[in-house]
Every structure is written in C-alpha cells, then in structure tokens.
Design a protein around this ligand. Structure first.
Ligand code: FAD
Length: 623
C-alpha cells in the first residue's frame, strides 16, 4: 500500500507560487468551504505530488522507525518500558539519534538550526512516524507541541536560546497544559504564577499531569494563570529551575516506551523573560498548537492503519486453512477491502488540508502578515478540518489494528507479533490532542460560530437555499448516473442533510441546541463524511487526469471511493434520522425523515464484489 500511495509521482496541476509573487486569495482556500462550495479537482494536492526530497524525508523517518524501534522490538521480543531505567535511557538515546539526523528540527526554521519544512511535509513525517509506535509520541512532542509554541510565539532571544538545542535534541521539549482538574476544560487550571517581590521572576505553584517527555525533558512549555487573570499565560520552564520537580513515570495501557509524568511547581522561580507570548495569551496559544497537532495525530492514525494493513496482508497471504490461503476467504477480504478504502479516503483528506494550510500561509504572507502570524492564522483557519481529521484518523487506527489482530487469529494475541502493542499504542490518539468527543463537538461548534457569529464568514443560509432544487432533482428518475455524477450527488446530499438538520434543529431548539450534545454529535458524523467523501472524490478525479497512471490501480481506487461513499451514506442517514427523532415528533418528524431519505438514498453498488476486488488487488500488491 505504501507503493499504492506513493509510487507514482504526478505533476502538480497548480504550482505553488513563488514567495515573492503577490498572491490573489483563493476563496476556496478557506476553512469550512467544503460544506458550502465545490472545489475543482485540479486544486487538490495529493500525496503522489510530493517532491522527491519531501518523499525522501518521509521515507527516512519510516526507515529510522523500522531500524530503531521495530527491528530491536522483534529481536528483543518485547516493547520498551519507560518505567525500566535502561529502557528509558534507550528511548532518550533514540531521540538523540533522531536529533543527529535533523529529525527533531523538522518544524523549526533554518535560521534557528532546523529544517523549516512546510506543513505538508511535516504531515507526511507524522504519517510515517506511526511506524515507530510509542516513539511517534516522543518525537511528535519534541517537534510539535514541545517546540512550536516557541517557534510561533517566542521572541528572538527565546528562539535563539532554545530552538537550536531542541532541533538537535540537546534539549528535550515538552508541553504542560493538563492538570488534575483541567483536562478537556483546559482553561480551568489552578496552576498560578505571581511576580516575585524583586520583579525578576515569576513564582509558579501548582501541578501538571500526563506530561509527555516530562521524565527526561529539559524544557517545559507551562501554562498557568498570573495572579487573578481569567486566562492562561505560557512560560518556558527549564528542568533545573529552583522549585521544579518531576514525578514517577506513569504505568500506562500503551505507548509504554513514551515518557509520561506529573510535574510539580513549588514557588518555582521562572525568569520574567521566560514569559512566552502575551500575558493571558496562553489559552489561545494552547488551542492553536493543538489545531496543528490534531492533523498530525490524525495522519499518524492513517499511517498506523497502513502499517496494520501491511502486516495483515502478509499474514493472510501466507496462512493456510481449509487447504487455501486465508486471504482468499470473503470474510478476510471484507476486512482488507474495508481498511484499504478507509485509508485511501482519509489519506486524501489529510494531505488536502496540510496543503491548504501551506497555501493559506503563503496568501497571508503575501497580504503582509509576518511569518509567524501567517503560520498561526493558516492553521487556525482549518480548525474544523483539523478536528475531523483527528477523529477519523484515530478511530481508523483503532479499527485497523483490531481487525489486523483478528486476521491473525491466535497469533494476533501473541505479544511477539507487535500487533497488541500497535492496538494499545494507537488507542491514545482517540484521547490526547482533545478527546474525540470534544473534537467532534468542536468541528460543528466552530462551523456554526463562523456561520452565525459576528463574521458570518460561512454563508449557510445561501447554501441552504439550494435544498429545494436538490430535492426536485432527486425525484427525476432520469438523472445522470454516468462518470462521477452519483458521487457528486451524494456529496450534495450529505451537505444538504447537514444544512437541513442544523437549520431545523436550530429553529426548534434555538440556543438550547448547543446543549444537546447527542444532536451535535449526529451533525458531526455527517460533517465528517462530507469532508472525507469530497476529499476522496477530488483525489480520484485528479488521478484520472494523470497521463500514464496505472489503469488497474485507478480502477481499484475508484472502487475504493465507491465503497467509501456507500458506507458514508448509510452512516450519515442513520445519524440524520436519529437527530430528527431527537427533536421532532409526529407528522413533522415523518416529513423531515422523508426529506432525509430522499437526500441520502442508498448508493446502489455491489459492496461485496467491490470489496473483493479491492482486497485481491491489495493482497497482491501489498503482500
Ligand atoms: C499518554 C498521555 C499523554 C498525554 N500527554 C500530554 C501532554 O504532553 N501535555 C498535556 O498537557 N496533556 C497531555 N495529556 C492529557 C490529555 O490531553 C488529556 O488526557 C485529554 O485532553 C483529556 O482530558 P482528561 O484526561 O482530563 O479527561 P476528561 O476531560 O475528564 O474527559 C473524560 C471523558 O469525558 C468527556 N468529556 C469531557 N468534557 C466533556 C464535555 N464538555 N462534553 C462531553 N464530554 C466531555 C471526554 O470526552 C472523555 O470521554 C496526555 C494524556 C495521556 C493519557
């Protein structure tokens, strides 16, 4: 599948503009646009378009993970345990070796000793980093949440002091937001900072929990409230500061090689110059950093699913039962086909959005924003999509890892295959960077905020006006089914269902709607499917226009897209009908439900035949 995804590099239809050229903003390079308007497939970036050096970076990360994590695991017959002193030293040594190769500086600008790679190459790195199991969390914290607050918000002195050392792993970095009573509700933290009588230091008191890399970090980005401030501020805290201490390593379900500790502040003396960004700017900073981290967590989930699928394919090709390879059984082909099509669709969404962030950044720079403001605002722009990718990618890796175990039968339950480790390690992605429930509610909440808030930047009313004509078109028995017409109809059906239900629920429940989390989660399910379906459709359309693209591979990928759409419609219809049943009764409920059934008609394909085709192809090419 690695090959299926990356072997054929195709020419980008839309070249990135030169930094110095003025850029006319593209109205489609906009968060939430996927709900209200179409994007031409020529504008979509797909992973096959990565430049050679970018692909090499991705490959280098994968090779590093295989050499440093997977091969020693199979030799040793067990995973690294951070609670074991020697293993902890080994994990730190691996991180240092990654630093020697420059892998800790991928998101740090070159002037501060890093590689300054763009967002999409960083996303490709996260995708491949999943081959490193718990090391993905260690390196991920170093290159993302641990250092980006300084990259984006640090002043020159802070950047020069810390970033070159983080880039080489001379300093290990971590990010300390969560507290015993402040998890999802991150702004509720009780850690306090106050100025010392001589005005030279902030004295921090409090406690943080679940701090990745905390057991061996040198630098901690710590969020605390100054005096009686309502909002958090951020500080750079060094390990050797007076009043700072680190707890024991947590014993966890998974990512057992990753360091996770509590940290404590007892009148911890932090020099005033280590306030990061503006006073009370910490909460915004924390959220902006998490937006970027969510795309990386989601793409890591998709990469991890590919790794699970590769293992399953190899095993099912070689394992024989009832006189034939188990890969020949329909029950196994169902699983392989299902995972493969999910990977195809979700991968399209990950790299689509990573590229849009890079393009938005260029647009903003061209409009006069500073480098950092452009980076922060570009990521912020796609907060809706970031939340979707995080939820979908992390749910997928859990599903794929579980089914990979199932396809191995008893061998899947053996620790030596590493499948159990994969399942446990992948599980964390549904919890950190904001739980999947929080992210699901966030994508809908953010969308409604942008549509109904002061800015009204997403015009849902205008989009909703197209619903009647769409419904009329659905009654036409002669509507076109050629080419991608059916899939375009499904994307519009999904969009209109979201607009219809959010509109009707809003009318009925008014402000109470935000309290009805079950309905918001139903809406989130539909929104997620719109974004992933549209991304998969755009990708297949783009691949089709590529001269010389393997026609057999294209046909299979078209079938993957058909399968994805088939399942998405079923899922979305269930969510839509459930939402309606949650706020309407009687005749109105029946009428609304009829509208939904018209908008989300079943996609008339033979899923069994398509899944078998996909699985047979994947078993041949990936095995
Ligand atoms: C291994 C690991 C590493 C971590 N690394 C870091 C790190 O480096 N730095 C850091 O700062 N933090 C880190 N975290 C913390 C992580 O981000 C939090 O655990 C996560 O945000 C959830 O917070 P919580 O654990 O307090 O759960 P809670 O917020 O208590 O949530 C518990 C459950 O309630 C649900 N819930 C909560 N609020 C709502 C709501 N309003 N509506 C509906 N449902 C809700 C959640 O979805 C969840 O299902 C890490 C955690 C783990 C386990």
């Amino acid at each position: 599948m690695e090959d299926v995804l990356f072997e054929e590099k195709i020419e980008s239809a839309e070249k990135q503009p030169n930094n110095n050229e003025p850029i006319t903003p593209n109205p489609r390079v906009k968060g939430g646009y996927f709900l209200v308007g179409d994007t031409p497939s020529s504008e979509l970036f797909i992973s096959e378009e990565f430049e050679e050096d970018e692909q090499m970076m991705g490959q280098m990360v994968k090779d590093f993970c295989i050499k440093e994590i997977q091969e020693p695991f199979f030799k040793r017959g067990r995973e690294l345990l951070i609670t074991n002193k020697a293993d902890k030293a080994e994990m730190l040594a691996i991180l240092k070796r990654a630093g020697n190769l420059g892998l800790c500086g991928v998101s740090i600008p070159e002037e501060y000793g890093g590689m300054g790679l763009n967002f999409k190459t960083n996303t490709l790195i996260s995708y491949n980093l999943s081959y490193g199991f718990s090391f993905a969390t260690t390196l991920g914290a170093q290159t993302s949440i641990g250092c980006l607050p300084i990259v984006y918000y640090g002043n020159e002195a802070q950047k020069h002091k810390y970033l070159p050392k983080i880039a080489t792993a001379e300093y290990v970095a971590s990010y300390a937001l969560t507290e015993p009573n402040a998890g999802s509700d991150a702004n509720a933290g009780k850690t306090k900072a106050k100025l010392s009588p001589d005005g030279k230091n902030y004295l921090i008191n409090g406690q943080k929990i679940w701090i990745t890399n905390g057991g061996f970090a040198d630098v901690y980005i710590v969020f605390a409230k100054i005096d009686n401030d309502k909002k958090l501020s951020a500080f750079i805290v060094e390990r050797n500061y007076e009043g700072f201490s680190v707890g024991a390593e947590e014993k966890k379900l998974g990512i057992k090689g990753s360091s996770t500790v509590q940290i404590f502040f007892d009148n911890c003396k932090v020099p005033v110059e280590n306030l990061l960004g503006e006073r009370e700017g910490g909460f915004k900073m924390a959220l902006n950093i998490l937006n970027g981290g969510r795309i990386k967590a989601g793409s890591g989930g998709v990469g991890g699913s590919l790794s699970a699928l590769e293992k399953a394919v190899k095993y099912t090709n070689s394992r024989k039962q009832f006189g034939k390879s188990i890969a020949e059984f329909g029950a196994i082909q169902y699983k392989i086909g299902h995972i493969a099509m999910q990977i195809f669709a979700n991968e399209a969404a990950c790299f689509r959005i990573a590229d849009l962030i890079d393009r938005k950044e260029l647009e903003l720079k061209s409009a006069g924003f500073s480098e950092n403001e452009a980076k922060i605002n570009a990521i912020r722009e796609f907060a809706i999509e970031a939340a979707i990718i995080k939820v979908k990618g992390s749910d997928l890796v859990w599903y794929a890892a579980d089914e990979a175990i199932q396809m191995h039968g008893g061998m899947g339950y053996s620790a030596e295959t590493g499948l159990g480790m994969g399942l446990r390690d992948g599980r964390i992605t549904r919890i950190y960077e904001g739980t999947n429930e929080i992210n699901s509610m966030l994508c809908v909440g953010e969308l409604l905020k942008r549509a109904l808030g002061k800015t009204k930047e997403i015009d849902l009313v205008k989009a909703g006006k197209k619903i009647p004509s769409f419904l009329v078109s659905q009654l036409n028995p002669f509507r076109s089914k050629s080419g991608y017409a059916e899939q375009e109809r499904i994307v519009n059906g999904l969009r209109n269902s979201f607009l219809f239900i959010s509109g009707m629920a809003g009318k009925k429940l008014k402000k109470q709607l935000v309290e009805e989390q079950e309905i918001i989660l139903n809406l989130a399910t539909i929104l997620q499917e719109i974004f992933i379906c549209e991304s998969a459709l755009l990708k297949i359309k783009k691949l089709e226009t590529h001269k010389g693209y393997d026609p057999q591979k294209l046909k299979i990928e078209q079938e993957m897209v058909q399968l994805y759409f088939y399942e998405a419609v079923e899922k979305a219809r269930k969510a839509a009908l459930e939402a309606i049943a949650s706020f309407e009764t009687g005749r109105t409920k029946r009428n609304y439900s009829r509208v939904i059934r018209l908008m989300l008609k079943p996609y008339d394909i033979n899923p069994k035949a398509l899944r078998r085709n996909v699985a047979q192809y994947i078993s041949k090419t990936l095995g």
